[in-house]
Design a binder for this molecule. Structure first.
Ligand SMILES: NC(=O)c1ccc[n+]([C@@H]2O[C@H](COP(=O)([O-])OP(=O)(O)OC[C@H]3O[C@@H](n4cnc5c(N)ncnc54)[C@H](O)[C@@H]3O)[C@@H](O)[C@H]2O)c1
Length: 246
């Protein structure tokens, strides 16, 4: 475990939902954060809020379905801050479309945001983390990484594949002290993604996204000796952190 105060994090999907709460938690922990999202207006509003509170953040408007743009944004963050202590790939989209109706282009875009961006982001920072022998990478997981769900033609395979990428990178990263893990939410979260997809039954046990944020600041500070190749549960980790704070 290292103290993350003053350290750097790169975070995707920061403009709203869970990502916005992770951003708030990381800056509260004293981290300097590169905030990536495709929604420029919401990213600008968050940047203004965080900077007004004294945080050092760098907003980067980027479409993570575009590998060249994703690499450019990551290199901009590297040039600005240097190598990150933590990379958190939180962005995703969920579209429910049957195999009869899905187009390859739409399928590919969703997989590119979930899996392709996980690859490009990691590939761009990896040599720096290996050289520093320091870093923690976290991909956002889901129940869809373990089970299939109706009409999740792209989201479910994307989340399954992200788990696979994590396992391979964890093996390679261990000797370089680079931790690579996934984090499931552990609970449904009240965000724009769930607003548009969840039935009443799926909303049972739903929590505000801020409830899960402490787990991400915690994982930002771990190294491979503590945990790598694991699938964490943000609700459980955050519950333990909040209980310890009381
Ligand atoms: N909502 C849930 O209950 C739930 C459950 C399990 C897992 N998750 C996972 O948690 C993470 C966050 O989910 P959420 O509910 O906050 O989602 P959300 O849709 O509310 O927010 C996603 C964020 O990602 C950004 N984003 C989407 N496409 C992008 C692109 N092409 N380029 C850059 N940014 C892009 C959006 O602009 C948004 O800010 C996701 O990985 C999701 O799969 C969510």
């Amino acid at each position: 475990m290292i103290a993350v105060d003053g350290k750097v994090a790169f975070l995707t999907g920061a403009a709203e939902g869970l990502g916005r709460e992770i951003a708030r938690e990381l800056v509260t922990a004293g981290m300097r954060v590169a905030l990536m999202d495709v929604q420029g207006g919401k990213l600008a509003a968050l940047t203004e809020e965080l900077r007004a509170a004294g945080a050092d953040v760098l907003p980067l408007v980027v479409d993570l379905a575009d590998p060249a743009a994703t690499r450019d944004a990551t290199e901009t963050a590297l040039a600005h801050y240097g190598p990150p202590r933590a990379l958190i790939h939180n962005a995703a989209v969920l579209k429910e479309v049957s195999m009869l109706d899905v187009t390859f282009e739409d399928w590919r875009r969703e997989v590119d945001i979930i899996l392709g961006a996980a690859y490009v982001l990691t590939k761009t920072v990896w040599p720096h983390l290996v050289a520093a022998r320091d870093g923690s990478i976290v991909f956002l997981s889901s129940g869809s990484a373990l089970s299939g769900f109706v009409k999740e033609t792209a989201y479910t395979p994307g989340k399954h594949a992200q788990e696979g990428l994590m396992k391979v990178l964890a093996l390679e990263g261990r000797e370089h002290n680079v931790a690579v893990n996934t984090m499931s939410t552990g609970r449904p979260i009240d965000t724009p993604m769930s607003d548009s997809h969840y039935t009443d039954e799926m909303r049972i046990g739903i929590v505000p996204p801020a409830r899960l944020a402490p787990a991400f600041a915690f994982l930002a500070g771990i190294d491979a000796d503590f945990a790598t190749g694991q699938r964490f549960n943000a609700f459980q980790v955050s519950s333990a952190i909040l209980a310890a704070r009381r």
